[in-house]
Design a binder for this molecule. Structure first.
Ligand code: HEM
Length: 398
């Protein structure tokens, strides 16, 4: 179903008829939360809706969690401490220094595209920018870049046999269950991270990794496991998500050319257009929480230990929050979408980097291309978690 399309109509029906519904499938079953207001309420109440069992459908053991826990899988007070270490590096002011770099990188990537005619936008553009921005933020050596990109791809699209030969749910072995995504590529990513860390220890710079190495949490340095996991969450959370937003943005502009004309005619709309692209694309369909106590949400009675799936993709189309939610409107304001999470402490750490990247890529595209048209069927990644496109054939006009 997800490989074909996002089931927006089905979510609309669930919002009307079963706002918080129990689905007995997927292991031990799960509560499925569809309305905007309930999603925000659960995100806010971290004491009841815990992130401590992870944010995916997976059912990890305590040992798995201990080895693989990243910031996204922690609750306060541990979360608060970890977040304090990295938040400065991701503030709006701190990331503004990358503006020039991102614009130059985007221009280079666009220079390499055919001047007009048909090409795959995911391969040629959307995939190229985010990982290179991350590599820059983390201070990765250029020699490691290709491996870094390859590992990022194999991990994120880990349910799609077109992209990885180790498919989650099909090829799981206990040998890798303590590594990110239960994958040998997760182990390779950690190994790469350790090499890079060793380089930074020997020769510190002003990049994020060097700062993490020097950071202290309550007088303690981050452990080796914390560092491994920071390295992997940044790759996993910051690469494909931004790629999806950029690719789906262009798909939306193929489908609604009037909105592209409107944005090109009025670059003052770039900020609202960026957030509309991010609402529309909702790169991460859901986040999971686990009930830490018996509670109720949206009329449902939830028991301690139950898995609770917050469908951001449904909340982003909730008619109770958004006027005409199924209309793509580059001037939408307000736009309190859920794509970065909302209401709780886990709000995407990379929110300012992501917005800056999407905005600068849109600006560069608007300077160059007067029209995008679909030149074939977009191909979706087989995943209920990310809204990824693996191919987006487009025809561009100058
Ligand atoms: C359009 C792009 C992006 C989207 C849609 C996105 C989405 C999200 C979402 C939904 C969450 C979890 C929120 C929750 O639990 O409620 C999250 C957390 C996170 N994101 Fe992003 N993200 C994007 C880009 C980035 C980038 C570029 C980075 C890093 C450079 C990043 C790093 C993180 C980290 C580290 C977390 C965990 C934060 C925490 O648990 O405190 N993200 N992101």
């Amino acid at each position: 179903m997800w490989a074909r399309s996002v089931p927006y109509d089905e979510f609309a029906r669930l919002r009307r008829e079963a706002p918080v519904a129990w689905f007995p499938d997927e292991g031990s079953g799960f509560w499925s939360v569809h309305r905007y207001a309930d999603i925000v309420a659960a995100s806010r109440d971290v004491a009841t809706f815990s992130s401590g069992r992870g944010v995916s459908f997976e059912e990890p053991t305590d040992e798995d969690m201990a080895a693989r826990r990243t910031i996204i899988d922690t609750d306060p007070p541990e979360h608060t401490k970890l977040r304090k270490v990295v938040s400065g590096a991701f503030s709006q002011r701190a990331v503004a220094v990358y503006e020039h770099f991102i614009t130059e990188l985007t221009e280079q990537v666009l220079d390499a595209c055919p001047a007009s005619g048909t090409f795959d936008f995911v391969d040629a553009v959307a995939k190229e920018v985010p990982i290179r921005v991350l590599a820059r933020i983390m201070g990765l050596p250029a020699a490691d870049l290709d491996l870094f990109i390859d590992l990022g791809d194999r991990l994120i699209a880990n349910t799609d046999p077109d992209i990885t030969d180790v498919v989650w749910g099909r090829d799981d072995t206990d040998a890798y269950r303590r590594y990110p995504f239960r994958s040998p590529y997760g182990k390779q990513l950690w190994d790469l991270g350790r090499q890079v860390v060793a380089g930074r220890l020997a020769d510190p710079g002003d990049d994020l990794l060097s700062r993490l190495l020097q950071a202290e949490v309550d007088g303690d340095r981050l452990s080796e496991t914390d560092l491994d996991n920071f390295f992997s969450i940044l790759v996993v959370a910051g690469n494909e998500t931004t790629r999806i937003a950029i690719a789906h943005g262009v798909l939306a502009f193929c489908q609604y050319p009037d909105q592209w004309d409107r944005l090109r005619a009025d670059p003052a709309l770039l900020d609202t257009a960026t957030d509309e692209v991010i609402r529309w694309s909702c790169p991460t369909h859901f986040m999971r929480r686990t009930a830490a106590a018996d509670t109720s949400l949206g009329g449902a009675t939830i028991s301690a230990g139950d898995k609770v799936i917050l469908w951001y993709v449904s909340g982003n189309r909730d008619e109770a929050e958004f006027a005409d939610p199924d209309v793509f409107d580059v001037g939408r304001n307000p736009n309190r979408h859920l794509s970065f999470g909302r209401g709780g402490p886990h709000l995407c750490l990379g929110v300012h980097v992501a917005r800056l990247e999407v905005k600068l890529v849109l600006a560069a595209l608007a300077r160059r291309f007067s029209r995008f048209e679909l030149a074939g069927e977009p191909r979706r990644i087989r995943s209920n978690f990310t809204n990824g496109l693996k191919a987006l054939p487009v025809r561009v006009s100058r």
